[in-house]
Design a protein around this ligand. Sequence first.
Ligand code: 13P
Ligand code: ZN
Length: 216
Amino acid sequence: MSSESKLREQICILSKSMFERGLTGGSTGNVSARTEDGGLLVSPTGTSFGRLDPARLSRFDANGVLIDGDKPTKEMPLHSAFYDSRPETGAVVHLHSTYCVALSMLPGVDADNFLPALTPYGIMRLGKVKMLPFFLPGDDAMGDAVRALNGTRKAVMLANHGPVVADKDIDTACSAIEEMEETAKLAVITQGMKPRGLTEDDVQNLVTRFNVDWDV
Ligand SMILES: O=C(CO)COP(=O)(O)O
Ligand SMILES: [Zn+2]
């Protein structure tokens, strides 16, 4: 099997797994991944993560020209902004996951540091997460907001909408966005219970040991 065929399969298997575990419902969410030739494979607009077809993914060439497949997600400006501003990006994943969205709606959320420091992996996998304001789905302004971060953040939260994570490959990006949802879930279910989070020292030790983008 060619590397592109393998990547097509991998995108669909990982997306289906997330759909089946309730991480994004209906026909929400979108995903993209770099191919070896510098192009992109992208989930088509209006499709369910549970039923992505490897043969119908939208395919772009290295110049960003749509080559074949179905019409791509309306969130292309958002995905492109990550590839352009973080050249190490090999995949971008966006979900409508319940606890991230719930947390984005609660009072007192720090937009510059969306996820509270509760667990080591929340920090190691995501770095500091920026919450962006609400935008209409597909709005070019979302991409502009990501570009304005100058590549400093791998993960953003779209308020009242859903998380977006860029990482080196599709597997890593999916693991990271799952960690984002798990951390948001912990934050929401312990809301008002005065949970004992990680200390500033714990966070700094994690940042140093695991080379996390943090002081940005
Ligand atoms: O999550 C979505 C929009 O933010 C889904 O849109 P698409 O079906 O166009 O990917
Ligand atoms: Zn969305």
